[in-house]
Design a protein around this ligand. Sequence first.
Ligand SMILES: *Cc1c(COP(=O)(O)O)cnc(C)c1O
Ligand SMILES: [Zn+2]
Length: 419
Amino acid sequence: MSYILGYRCTLCNEFYKKDKEMLTCPKCSDEGILDIEYDYQEIAKVFNKNTLLENKDLSIWRYLPLLPVEEKYTKNTLRVGFTPLLKSNSLVNKYEVKNLYFKDDGVNPTQSLKDRASVIACVKALELGNGVVACSSTGNAASSLAGNAARLGLKTVIFVPKRAPVGKLTQLLAFGADVIKVDGDYKKAYSLSKKAIDHFGWYNRNAAINPNLIEGKKTVALEIAEQLNFKPSDWVVVSVGDGCTIGGVYKGFYDLYKLKMIEKIPKILGVQALGCSPFYAAFKENRDLEETEEATYADSIAVGIPRNPVKGMNAVKFSNGDFVAVTDDEIKEAMKELASSEGIFAEPAAAASFAGFKKAVKEKIIKPEDEVTIIITGNGLKDTASALKTLKEPSLLNDSLEELVEYMNAKGKEDLKNE
Ligand SMILES: *Cc1c(COP(=O)(O)O)cnc(C)c1O
Ligand SMILES: [Zn+2]
């Protein structure tokens, strides 16, 4: 059963009782993104720390009372969520914070946090009897939708910008999606997808427009809280493109706060790439968002017109958080450091959150007494071409021990000699 009371418009604040599925506010049209409101009193009767202890479902469906779907269609999905929360071994000492955790969402079924939203979209499409789901995407929403849909026998139509990385494109094609590659950037891909969805009546997985999707993304926060025994860290760090992921992070903690399962909502640090930082700029200058260029190699957060500006901004404002922006060089450095120090290989947009953490420590936004969770939103294997540009190709040796010893001496590899 669903515990949804209704939908509230993030622009005009109008409340709509739930008697039918809604996407956007009829008064404010497409900009009027809705937020789903729940009956927390009723949820508390079936959902609390004890019911979670007994719940053996290690996927997002363990939070079903807080999700906008019927149980019936959740049975055969891919296993999304309940990703590991890894305690830092070495970087915690290097950056001198009290505790540091990595929420590794790169281990989701299609290797990104987007699976949390896509599986909800697919279940919604099944509920509504719509056999085709469509979206536009910088890559991960697309590959994730295609994978989750393939599992459930749904068809997908996916609009991607011209420069979607080959790893993500390959995933899409393997999952059997109908891929429409749009000659232009993400803005163009989004625009065509919107026209096409209106025209063909496909189920809309565009994360901002569809209020159900943030509800899926919020499960990352529910998990972080549960994995930390309902004492979440002081800060949660996440990279920001459209603003849906960060909005979801806030919503998850908000739900638990309303249910009195956590005492406070963590401060949320939104991280943007400096070459495409409309949220960061608007926050620092205390103004509305303005369209910007998409000048960053971190493709998943190269979003010049964020589609979820209100929820994205509110996540930081309501949590007393902050925004930082990092350069592409800082992201590249962060990617190498995270992979080689903790064994977590992140795609550029995901490494950005670690780069943002480093900046926030340096700027004393994050303090030595703080505990911090960094969300790793996607796996590095999705974009090996970008990663390889910053790494050294290995030398080519013959099958000769002499040659190897010579090589090691020349390179000063003393630490590798177990003699
Ligand atoms: C989509 C995505 C983000 C940002 O999420 P938004 O909802 O667009 O703000 C961050 N990292 C990765 C890997 C993503 O795929
Ligand atoms: Zn409205």
